[in-house]
Write a protein that binds this ligand. Structure first.
Ligand SMILES: [Zn+2]
Ligand SMILES: [Zn+2]
Length: 120
């Protein structure tokens, strides 16, 4: 068994549009909420076709508002979004893989994955 870092601190109240996490190895990840929501791993958002996860465009600001974050067992989180959606289970591994910091993702996130398409 390898060692998998897990989040020890999760902060989503200080920034309106980002969720910040400190992992057990002291790595800090800051996820723009449109990025997290767009990659919601639930079957409703991703479909049943398999293949790599697809980013789903955000069409309303409430879709990217974080209302609550709950831990699932000792391996994942669920996020309750402002539109009531909460079925995505974000595993710690997956979250760490998704980390958009310059060290983990030197190419950076595409602009669209950081923003809300709607103007509401
Ligand atoms: Zn979903
Ligand atoms: Zn990182």
């Amino acid at each position: 068994m390898g060692y998998f870092p897990h989040p020890v601190e999760i902060e989503y109240k200080s920034a309106r549009d980002a969720l910040r996490m400190r992992f057990s190895d002291d790595h800090i990840s800051v996820y723009p909420t449109p990025y997290l929501r767009g990659y919601c791993p639930c079957a409703h958002c991703q479909g049943h076709s398999g293949g790599p996860p697809k980013w789903q465009p955000i069409t309303a600001h409430r879709q990217v508002e974080v209302i609550d974050v709950q831990q699932v067992g000792n391996y994942a989180l669920t996020i309750t979004w402002g539109d009531g959606h909460d079925s995505g289970i974000y595993s710690f591994n997956k979250l760490r893989e998704m980390c958009p910091c310059p060290e983990c993702m030197p190419e950076g996130l595409p602009e669209e994955e950081r923003s809300v398409q709607a103007d509401s």
